[in-house]
Design a protein around this ligand. Structure first.
Ligand code: FAD
Length: 307
């Protein structure tokens, strides 16, 4: 075991600052192995101590490099191996973990070296709790959010090109998927509606308000997976989207934990509910006890754009 080294495995993606930062927190020497284009490898050269580059991928998908990356890492047996939670990162990290015969710990927010063990802090239960796991006696393999582009200020590490043969797989076509667009993650205002809504045709009531506010429409899970009045990618919560808008309006939503976990990042939460004892009122910044069928059209009219 080389306990001074921390390795990162990078697919064809320049967003790797999360990996580099975590690797630095536990390793004196950070080594990157890159299964991607030269520009991806070069982008890491000022932030890590060594860059091992597997050459231009041409038409090979990143999965085809899994065994080669795993063999390089397994030979070095570093204390930690860190990969991204992106699809490419997971493909590489899974291959490495299988070669080392160790598990992958996902959702990692921090690492600490403590003697011969590594203590891993992970976010669990949709972000409402943290686990600390002590790993002993082997390489610790973890997956983290990739973060952004790497901003290094060190010397440029030379690219060490490794000659490897990827598995015989070729990307033959790349087609954009037809996705019903819902940019909830980037929206500054989100209007969420729940089972306080009585009928599918009443969705217009809340979509009018969302439009008047220049926001996105969202919902609780029962409206997307129960009655199917709104698409699944619009429901918020522990098993749906996690959002961080400036303003979240919860209309006819009771405020169950599984829903509210998804709006923990919202700056201001406003709730409208006819039940003054609804749990949402203890979790919002402003609350209106009232019938959403009266409050919502009044709000939309006050904003001057109702239908
Ligand atoms: C494993 C698991 C995962 C889950 N994941 C999610 C998840 O990711 N997201 C999610 O949302 N849920 C999730 N749920 C479901 C969750 O537990 C709740 O059942 C759900 O969030 C409730 O949705 P709601 O608030 O719309 O409905 P309800 O709890 O039925 O609340 C409806 C509210 O509307 C109010 N109301 C009724 N009429 C009016 C009116 N005219 N005007 C104003 N208010 C009115 C009522 O007072 C009530 O408070 C999950 C559950 C489980 C078990």
């Amino acid at each position: 075991m080389n306990s001074a080294q921390s390795w990162i495995v990078v697919a064809d993606d320049t967003a790797a600052s999360g990996l580099v930062d975590l690797a630095r927190s536990v390793g004196d020497e950070v080594v990157a192995v890159v299964a991607g284009r030269r520009e991806v490898a070069s982008s890491l050269a000022s932030a890590v101590d060594r860059v091992l580059w597997l050459g231009e991928p041409d038409q090979a998908p990143v999965e085809a490099y899994g065994p080669a990356v795993a063999a390089v890492v397994a030979q070095a047996t570093p204390r930690t191996v860190i990969g991204a939670t992106s699809p490419g990162g997971r493909a590489l990290l899974g291959a490495v973990a299988a070669a080392l015969r160790v598990p992958v710990l996902a959702g990692v927010s921090a690492l600490e070296a403590d003697g011969d063990q590594v203590v891993v802090t992970r976010s669990v239960l949709g972000g409402i709790a943290e686990h600390r796991t002590a790993v002993q006696g082997g390489t610790t393999v973890v997956a983290v959010d990739p973060g952004g582009a790497v901003a290094g200020d060190g010397d440029l590490a030379p690219l060490e090109e490794l000659a490897v043969t990827p598995l015989a797989a070729t990307v033959t076509e790349v087609r954009p998927a037809a996705v019903a667009g819902a940019d909830l993650g980037g929206a500054r205002t989100v209007v969420g509606v729940g089972r306080g809504l009585k009928a599918r045709e009443d969705v217009a009531l809340v979509s009018d308000l969302a439009a008047a506010l220049g926001g996105e429409l969202a919902c609780s899970r029962p409206l997307a997976e129960g009655v199917d009045w709104l698409p699944k990618e619009r429901y918020i919560g522990i098993s749906g989207q996690h959002i961080a808008p400036d303003l979240y309006l919860a209309l006819g939503i009771s405020g169950q934990l599984q829903h509210m976990v998804g709006v923990r990042g919202a700056k201001v939460i406003v709730a409208v509910n006819s039940d003054k004892n609804a749990p949402v009122f203890s979790q919002c910044d402003f609350g209106v006890v009232g019938d959403m069928y009266e409050v919502v059209p009044a709000l939309t009219a006050a904003l001057g754009t109702g239908s």
